[in-house]
Design a protein around this ligand. Structure first.
Ligand SMILES: C[S@@+](CC[C@H](N)C(=O)[O-])C[C@H]1O[C@@H](n2cnc3c(N)ncnc32)[C@H](O)[C@@H]1O
Length: 229
């Protein structure tokens, strides 16, 4: 992937924006609905499922691929709704420019216009430092590639694995990188991803995780959640 890439803002079927990379012929989210997909994969089958089985006042999340910041904003909403402390670590190799991020319609589409300021703060705050954006939500952005990053020593309850599809960026799904990411999980922690390829499931199983195929968001048959015993 080139550092300077052409990016188009598109509208998905639920009204929320996503981004299209013509050079890669790839979008950041499902065309069936960006918010709908992220809520299903990372909130319902990430945060909700984990919180239904565990009690913790603080939940550390590691996201692979910060991108538009949609998952961070949905986690922010969840933290406020559940009055739980979420610390959101997120990795991004190619941060978006402000001229793109200021146009994204997520707060309005979520019916949370008052989230506009924290959403912009998520994008504008500096990398490599923890920023407390509210009583319930802190963010730590890591500007690096998955291949080269050394993660801060944090025990994560959840991983949101949101790389581009294996058909477009196969290297992100390589076994050593999956191991590097799942090593960040505590026992009882879980990784969720929209991808349900057989190779991914076999690789996660080979790392000792318990792999579940769950119904996918609209337009996708299945997704994967992998838990560490
Ligand atoms: C599917 S998109 C991001 C989705 C994002 N969570 C969102 O809601 O917008 C994948 C992201 O991974 C980032 N990325 C691509 N290659 C990467 C790499 N080698 N290391 C870390 N991030 C990478 C892309 O720039 C992009 O933001």
């Amino acid at each position: 992937m080139a550092e300077e890439k052409k990016i188009e803002i598109i509208q998905t079927e639920d009204g929320s924006h996503s981004l299209f990379l013509p050079d890669m012929d790839e979008t950041y989210h499902s065309s069936h609905g960006a918010i709908q997909e992220s809520r299903h994969v990372f909130i319902k089958h990430g945060l909700d499922d984990w919180a239904a089985q565990h009690h913790a006042d603080t939940i550390n999340i590691l996201e692979i691929g910060f991108g538009t910041g949609l998952n961070a904003l949905l986690a922010y909403e969840w933290a406020h709704q559940h009055k739980k402390n979420v610390v959101f670590y997120t990795l991004e190799a190619y941060p978006l420019k402000e001229e793109i991020t200021t146009q994204l319609n997520y707060p309005a589409q979520m019916g949370q216009e008052d989230f506009d300021a924290p959403f912009q703060q998520m994008h504008q705050c500096s990398w490599g430092t923890l920023h407390q954006l509210s009583p319930y939500f802190s963010i730590y952005k890591i500007h690096d590639k998955l291949e080269t990053v050394s993660f801060p020593a944090v025990n994560c309850q959840l991983v949101f694995f949101d790389a581009f599809a294996p058909s477009k960026q196969e290297e992100m799904w390589a076994l050593p990188l999956l191991e590097k990411v799942t090593d960040q999980l505590v026992n009882g922690g879980a990784l969720s991803t929209y991808c349900a390829k057989g190779q991914l499931k076999r690789d996660l199983k080979s790392l000792g995780l318990t792999v579940e195929s769950l119904p996918g968001p609209p337009g996708k048959f299945q997704m994967v959640r992998a838990s560490k015993a």
